[in-house]
Design a binder for this molecule. Structure first.
Ligand SMILES: *[C@@H]1O[C@H](CO)[C@@H](O)[C@H](O)[C@H]1NC(C)=O
Ligand SMILES: *[C@@H]1O[C@H](CO)[C@@H](O)[C@H](O)[C@H]1NC(C)=O
Ligand SMILES: *[C@@H]1O[C@H](CO)[C@@H](O)[C@H](O)[C@H]1NC(C)=O
Length: 515
């Protein structure tokens, strides 16, 4: 009997005595059986399903009007007349000027979309541009009517815009010292019209759940999302998963699922019914389910996959964001605790160390753990390590080691760092065999939490890679991540980018888990 198995027995023993729940003994036996057979998760993520990621399925955004102007899109405005960029002086808190020859932070505005033509402009220091008694200023903390502008695009050149203020007048830069809202006429699109600006849209716009639902708006979004949920992942995918050597799915969900069918705007209801279906299919095909709170209120990392509106990270900065997250965890656990396929609940995905304090996260993990345990003694509780430089991958060990059936989730991508840009295929493989292997060994201990490589992919930036290289790279990762004591999960099942699609990788012979 391993130390871990012994621990389970003790925990369940105590739980049985305490709760006198019928069937608890059976659960204990099951757990021991799975331990004894060294059950490990070989999972695939169902990414881009219940939490939208545009790069996984770009066509989901096709029907949005002005789809290049979604929430969080960053724009810069250059006055044709002055020949200089508009800037929120001091980054915000005061006037707008048009005196910058080059553009960076203060000259960049993040859009909050009201409808396809109507927007708020958020400045560097997070205030919103508005029309106040003292003119056009970036002073408002929350946008209201005074902060609401129309962007009118030139029909045959959509980078030319005029911006209508709430007083009906257009913004103009008559001089470089001040932007005002007092251009009344329709002066056409001439370069010497001081109300014409050239709008540059910065690369890297967010394409997440907020963008897609708010982009379609309340009339169209419910149907579009329903169609997506009903077609992107279907029962047959669970058959495919079960027939190809996988035994679990990790399903990213958003916090709004807990208030289905009437989630806060712009999110729309229906993802809960889709998750219910996943459990039915999982049961039918003997697949275990890991629920993963991938998008937390306010966003825990500013990425599109956290449901962020504009890239800000607000999670953990108010008690409300924590409480809503705990509530979502409790709601989901309570709903599926009696389902035999519920295997684990991941409390939050990829909190970012630059914005989420360790103490805040630990408090949340404790509260989230308690919420799971209120309803399930047997579900594993997964805690994602923080992303970011300088994080000790064991920073959650003290907390996790004192709790039962806990798992630390780490994500390994040979991407997102310049270091990989110059690596050859073989160097990538060596990196997996040496560095990832030692990273994983460091956290895989006999007395600590279990370890889970909850995201990895056989994608890389290596040039001149052959088919054989790619197979070797995938196999090296399978070998090394097979050493994680809880298991691993490929990111993701389906993706228009082939290497990111485990379905494609299996169907094309790059990955074979059945032998
Ligand atoms: C832009 O205009 C503002 C307001 O007149 C002034 O304070 C600032 O120094 C100017 N900046 C540049 C780069 O000219
Ligand atoms: C944006 O992306 C396009 C296409 O990939 C590229 O040509 C352009 O240089 C990028 N612009 C910036 C500012 O990075
Ligand atoms: C990877 O591991 C090798 C061998 O242990 C080591 O020399 C190298 O510095 C490591 N690379 C990084 C980026 O940590």
């Amino acid at each position: 009997m391993s130390k871990i198995t012994l621990l389970y027995s003790l925990v369940f023993g105590i739980f049985c005595l305490q709760s006198l729940i019928q069937g608890c003994l059976g659960e204990m036996v099951n757990r021991q059986l799975s331990e004894n057979s060294n059950f490990k998760v070989k999972a695939v993520n169902l990414g881009g399903w219940l939490v939208t990621e545009g790069w996984i399925k770009p066509s989901l955004f096709d029907g949005i009007r002005n789809k290049d102007l979604l929430d969080g899109t960053q724009i810069q405005l250059k006055s044709r007349y002055i020949g200089k960029y508009v800037s929120a002086e001091s980054g915000g808190g005061t006037i707008l000027v048009a005196n910058r020859t080059s553009a960076s932070g203060w000259e960049t505005f993040k859009l909050w979309r009201i409808d396809e033509n109507t927007f708020n402009f958020r400045v560097f220091s997070n205030q919103f541009v508005g029309l106040q008694s003292n003119g056009v200023v970036a002073e408002a903390t929350n946008p209201g009517h005074s902060e609401t502008f129309q962007i009118i695009r030139k029909p045959d050149d959509t980078s030319r815009v005029r911006i209508q203020a709430p007083n009906g007048q257009f913004l103009q830069a008559k001089t470089q010292d001040l932007v005002t809202a007092d251009y009344g006429g329709d002066g056409g699109w001439d370069d010497n019209n001081p109300s014409v600006f050239v709008m540059t849209i910065l690369n890297g716009s967010l394409h997440g759940e907020y963008q897609v639902t708010n982009g379609y708006g309340p009339d169209k979004a419910p149907q579009v999302m329903m169609d997506h949920w009903n077609t992107f992942i279907v029962e047959d995918d669970f058959r495919f998963i079960s027939e190809n050597g996988l035994n679990a799915v990790r399903i990213p969900v958003g916090w709004w699922i807990a208030s289905d069918p009437t989630p806060p705007k712009p999110f729309v209801g229906g993802s809960l019914a889709a998750l219910d279906n996943a459990f039915i299919w999982a049961q039918k095909y003997g697949i275990k389910v890991i629920i993963d709170l991938h998008a937390a209120p306010g966003s825990q990392n500013g990425d599109e996959h956290s449901g962020s509106r504009d890239g800000s990270l607000e999670w953990g900065k108010t008690d409300q964001t924590i409480q809503q997250s705990v509530d979502a965890i409790e709601f989901l656990t309570a709903r599926y605790a009696q389902n035999t396929q519920l295997y684990a609940v991941e409390l939050i995905n990829e909190p970012q160390s630059s914005g989420v304090a360790l103490e805040t996260l630990k408090d949340y993990y404790q509260a989230g753990y308690n919420a799971v345990r209120k309803h399930s003694s047997s579900a594993f509780v997964i805690m994602s390590n923080r992303l970011g430089g300088g994080v000790d991958p064991k920073e959650l060990f003290r907390l996790a080691s004192n709790l039962q059936l806990t798992v630390i989730d780490v994500h390994y991508y040979n991407l997102y760092s310049d270091m990989f840009n110059t690596m050859t295929p073989q160097q990538n493989i060596d990196y997996v065999n040496q560095n990832r292997s030692s990273d994983l060994s460091y956290i895989t201990t006999s007395d600590g939490p279990l370890t889970f490589v909850g995201e990895w992919v056989a994608e890389w930036v290596a040039r001149d890679a052959t088919e054989g290289d790619l197979k070797n790279y995938a196999n090296a990762q399978l070998q090394v991540y097979g050493g994680a004591s809880f298991g691993w999960a490929y990111w993701t099942l389906k993706n228009v980018n082939n290497h990111w699609s485990l379905q494609w990788m299996i169907q094309n012979g790059y990955i074979n888990l059945t032998n």
